[in-house]
Design a protein around this ligand. Sequence first.
Ligand SMILES: O=C(O)CCC(=O)C(=O)O
Length: 292
Amino acid sequence: MAGNTPAPDPRGVETLEVEPPPEGLYAYSGIITDGIPGIDAVTDEDIQRFREQGFLVIHDAFTPAEVEAALAGLVDLIMGKRPDFTGIMFEAKARDKLDQLTPEQRQDYVRKLAWFVGFEPRLKALSHHPKLLALLERIIGEKAGLFQDMALLKPPLIGREKPWHQDFAYFNLPLGTPVVGVWVALDEAMIENGCMHVIPCSHREGPVVHFQRRDWQICDTDVQVARSVAIPLKPGGILLFDGLLHHGTPPSQSTRRRRAVQYHYKPASVAPYADSTERLRVFGPEGKDVYC
Ligand SMILES: O=C(O)CCC(=O)C(=O)O
């Protein structure tokens, strides 16, 4: 099959249009609206709940000014204000029009940005926020080290699915390493524009084999949809989740943007493996060269 794979687009446009998810894959049994009112309010019982359920919702983790600054940083990167930043991936739907779009219009064709923290201090400010790092240290049990940063955007109406997966399946880290994902809503994330969906407690069931289908993902028929919950968030709200928690986001059906950034942390002392041999052994051999 490798011979049929299209060559990468040098402008960072996804080469293949991806089919939509099967009907019902993002049905949910509940909507989580409760959350902790700010990072300062997280108690030891909340951390215990994180360990049991695999996620924690914190409202107003970042101030409106911090969110506005982060959004301005993200938009500046998209607009090309850092020409040396090349970590932008556009939706396949941009393929025939990207060169005619104004910088402003380009915003609504961006699928993903990655590895931006070193280019944009306003996005680094969120990832290195002292309150967040102190909380992560409480959860992880030692100093937390940021090891991955990315943003999946859902442009109005064309924002597509991120299929169900475990983030650990993308990381060359020893199994058992405490990995925490921090997903930060910069716009309001709603059911309609593709908020997070998670399966509570699924992190305690261990690694699941992933397949290269619409993405590097859990097989649709293995997803325990009946247990899933949706987690809408206001701007500045965050979702902390365990690296083994099953999660995904549906396509956008809304005219409202859904921009969010995501950071991953591990114990600072844990070094990644030099290659993906162990990861592919655990999560399945189709996951070569993937990144979350
Ligand atoms: O932001 C999204 O839509 C999903 C992000 C996500 O689950 C991931 O990249 O691991």
